[in-house]
Design a protein around this ligand. Structure first.
Ligand code: SF4
Ligand code: SF4
Length: 245
């Protein structure tokens, strides 16, 4: 039995676009130009399909989300991509994390059959108008929609492995590599959710299967070291959480 067969990632995140319309000060998009429209990279649809079919073939039954540092609903293909993901991975929980800026009742209805949970974070001063209309229409709340504000992020903000200049409590150990798979819009299997700049890449999903990538010896060595707090990578030694105000 392969590693993937008895140890699935708790989270798989696949970025379909690098573009985000916001520049939040707790996000590397405020420091680097990767998220600008002029630098946008979109994952080819064929590669997205290959990844979700690989996951489905492995009976993936944990959480799948179509994001990294781009805003998923800025990608016009998102309803079709998630329909594909739903069909390929019937057992997975599909969770869509979004800033809500592009969400409308019509788009929400289009996405509903594919998405198990919408996690909307308000990054601006006000609730995005489309989100307000969805909630009004549903009588104030919707069972599939969780709403939060950026205040919660600021209370326990990540320094994104040293990319955001805040004082942090450094991690003593880390289980992210053990539990999660993060793939950016280039198809690179990156270290973790904090790896905005793809400073550690374990391979490209265009050239490998999800199973091979997940259980590669190099990746497993980082997994084993990090859960013991034996951080071999410099970015792991600068990674932590602090308050932002
Ligand atoms: S909306 Fe999200 S991805 Fe975009 S800049 Fe803000 S925190 Fe980063
Ligand atoms: S310690 Fe390393 S692997 Fe863990 S979240 Fe930070 S940068 Fe990522």
């Amino acid at each position: 039995m392969g590693v993937f067969s008895d140890h699935q990632p708790m989270f798989v995140e696949v970025e379909t676009t690098t573009y985000c319309n916001r520049r939040c000060d707790y996000c590397p998009n405020s420091v680097f130009d990767r998220g600008l429209r002029r630098n946008e990279v979109q994952m080819p649809t064929e590669l997205f399909e290959k990844i979700v079919r690989d996951l489905g073939d492995n009976n993936y039954c944990q959480q799948f989300s179509p994001h990294n540092y781009g805003e998923p609903l800025a990608d016009q293909r998102m309803p079709d991509l998630l329909e594909l993901a739903r069909e390929a991975m019937p057992l997975a929980r599909i969770a869509l994390y979004t800033n809500g800026d592009f969400l409308t009742p019509e788009l929400f209805d289009r996405l509903l059959p594919s998405v198990d949970a919408f996690i909307v974070t308000q990054h601006g001063e006000k609730m995005p108008p489309g989100v307000a209309r969805i909630l009004d229409r549903a009588g104030g709340s919707h069972p599939k929609l969780r709403y939060k504000t950026s205040q919660q992020i600021k209370l326990n903000a990540s320094n994104r492995a040293g990319l955001i200049p805040i004082e942090v409590r450094q991690r003593k150990a880390c289980g992210v590599v053990m539990n999660e798979m993060h793939i950016n819009a280039h198809g690179q299997l990156i270290l973790c959710c904090e790896d905005f700049l793809a400073r550690k890449v374990f391979g490209n999903m265009a050239d490998t299967t999800v199973e091979e990538a997940w259980s590669s010896p190099e990746r497993l060595a980082v997994h084993r070291g990090n859960i013991r707090g034996e951080f071999a990578l410099p970015q792991c030694r600068t990674c932590g959480y602090g308050r932002m105000f």
